[in-house]
Design a protein around this ligand. Structure first.
Ligand code: NDP
Ligand code: 8X3
Length: 251
């Protein structure tokens, strides 16, 4: 059993819950962040307070983030691995029809909160020659109609991850951007404002990526020998592939 510590943002559902569970099952101490306290409490019920520490707050709230980090119990303070997973897509409308407030929420969550948490943890990660795993998306590489700002935030995550690699050169800190395609989580429920039918329809018969698949990947990355850095991983379900360009013609 290891005595290492991982911090997982967005650990109340989907990828984050699966990642937190995988690390806790394998003896790591897990710090789990998200807004829904009752979901985070399930991790504590399962693994106990010595293994899992939770903090329920909105990751867009920098003061709350700082307070949560300041309040970490002594045994959880030495974070070895940061998994920047909290994030969301809101809406699928074309840019010209989008709600500006939703765009700002995606940027605040997927970009601003991610860089804030990273910046606050960098000194400790450098001290411990730790690792950062950022959850990007194929939407940051392959644009699709209605992906607009969501895809933009994920392109940022990929490029920020690569930039961190440059800045952390020689520090021993590893940085990986994990960029999944279609995965069945609460993602589409959130994106559609709770439309369960739309969510089920999207994933039906597609054999999408699962939270377990992502947990396997992050677990593998975190446990690689210290001389190896996986820069980027792009993954899709076999059923999904990129689909070409569109042409608007004169009528
Ligand atoms: P889920 O909706 O299942 O989980 C999202 C997690 O992020 C939840 O734990 C949620 O917690 C947390 N979160 C969202 N907003 C906030 C906030 N303001 N403050 C704190 N926590 C927040 O989706 P996924 O597991 O699919 O998504 C995880 C990551 O994976 C996201 O970054 C997403 O963009 C990315 N991704 C998802 C793909 C997919 O197809 N599912 C594919 C590629 C990437 P709570 O609501 O309790 O706050
Ligand atoms: C989620 C994958 O293709 O729905 O990031 O944007 S996709």
């Amino acid at each position: 059993m290891t005595s290492k510590t991982v911090l997982v943002s967005g650990a109340s559902a989907g990828f984050g819950a699966a990642i937190a569970t995988r690390f806790a099952e394998n003896g790591w101490r897990v710090i789990a962040f998200a807004r829904r306290a009752e979901r985070l409490a399930q991790l504590v019920e399962r693994f106990g307070k010595n293994r899992v520490h939770t903090a329920a707050f909105d990751i867009r709230d920098e003061a709350a983030m700082r307070a949560a980090l300041d309040a970490l119990p002594e045994s959880f303070r030495n974070i070895d691995v940061l998994v920047n997973n909290a994030g969301l897509a809101l809406g699928t409308a074309k840019a010209q029809d989008c709600d500006l407030a939703q765009w700002k929420q995606m940027i605040d969550t997927n970009v601003t909160a991610l860089v804030t948490l990273t910046r606050l943890l960098l000194p400790g990660l450098i001290e411990r020659r730790g690792a950062i795993v950022n959850i990007g998306s194929i939407s940051g590489t392959y644009p699709y109609t209605g992906g607009n700002v969501y895809g933009g935030t994920k392109a940022f995550v990929t490029q920020f991850s690569l930039g961190l690699r440059c800045d952390l050169h020689g520090s021993g800190v590893r940085v990986t951007s994990v960029e999944p395609g279609m995965a069945e989580t609460e993602f589409t429920l959130v994106r559609t404002g709770g439309d369960r039918e739309a969510s089920e329809k999207l994933y039906k018969g597609a054999h999408p990526i699962t939270g377990q698949d992502i947990a396997d990947t992050v677990w593998w990355i975190a446990n690689l020998p210290p001389h190896l850095n996986v820069n980027r991983i792009e993954m899709m379900p076999v059923s999904q592939s990129p689909a070409g360009l569109q042409v608007a013609r004169d009528q």
